[in-house]
Ligand binder design. Structure first.
Ligand SMILES: [Fe+2]
Ligand SMILES: [Fe+2]
Length: 244
């Protein structure tokens, strides 16, 4: 258990995604700030490391659920999976959520001005996420596919221009932080996507959709930041070593 303290939050969540719930309850942004060690995160949040280790220990000893072990997936497969599952999800949900929020602002925006704020934040997030996903699909992911050796052990990527790839990854991680903070802001304004007892159906639907979007985005950013991008960096360094 002691070595867990020196592991990064991203490594712990990558090892077992069930730990994400513990970090969420502690207010630790494992998806976009997973680079700090557990010991450091506890210190920063003024939490008892021992208590957190205890909670993690209990959880890790219980039988694991049926989540995929993404850490062992080849990078190209993971990149494809992310596009098919998470990028597709964003593109299909954004118009629906926007429409639900717009009609909610129209019907109840005067009594609840925070709804316009939520709509504004969501619209900004959707624009930025689309731009961000295009960068991944058109620039980074094609590189990742070239880095993975084929059946004969040959790689199409020779390590050239790797500084550019490194910068792209760094920029994408910055985007993750901005979008992570933005969804965090929506979560805070809506008091954790809460619907008051007397809320109408439209309000409840909007909060349910936003909660699902938040959950999905956290997993998406975690898979990229903590698993796919480190794999890409490692693959690129290997290319540099072979050809440098
Ligand atoms: Fe993505
Ligand atoms: Fe991303």
């Amino acid at each position: 258990m002691i070595d867990l303290a020196s592991k990064t939050i991203g490594e712990i969540v990558s090892g077992d995604y069930r730990t994400a719930a513990i970090f969420s309850s502690m207010g630790i942004a494992y998806s976009w700030r997973g680079q700090e060690t557990l010991a450091h995160a506890c210190q920063r949040k003024k939490l008892s490391l021992e208590e957190v280790l205890d909670k993690l220990g209990t959880l890790l000893q219980s039988p694991a659920g049926r989540d995929f072990d993404f850490a062992y997936w080849p990078a190209d497969l993971l990149a494809d999976y992310i596009v098919r599952k998470y990028h597709r999800y964003i593109r299909s949900r954004v118009p629906v959520i926007k429409q639900v929020l717009q009609s909610l602002v129209f019907s109840s925006g005067r009594e609840q001005p925070m709804l316009s704020q939520v709509l504004g934040l969501f619209e900004k997030a959707s624009q930025e996420l689309e731009r961000h996903m295009q960068k991944e699909e058109l620039i980074l992911f094609p590189y990742i596919k070239k880095m993975v050796p084929d059946e004969k052990g040959m790689r199409k990527f020779d390590g050239g221009h790797f500084d550019g790839v490194r910068n792209t990854i760094w920029n994408l991680m910055q985007d993750h932080e901005v979008e992570g903070e933005r969804i965090e802001q929506i979560k805070a304004i809506t008091r954790n996507f809460h619907s008051p007892k007397d809320a109408d159906d439209g309000y409840k639907v909007a909060m349910g959709l936003l909660r699902d979007f938040d959950h999905n985005l956290r997993k998406h950013l975690h898979l990229e930041n903590n698993i796919l991008f480190p794999k890409a960096l490692q693959g690129g360094v290997m290319g540099e070593l072979v050809n440098g």
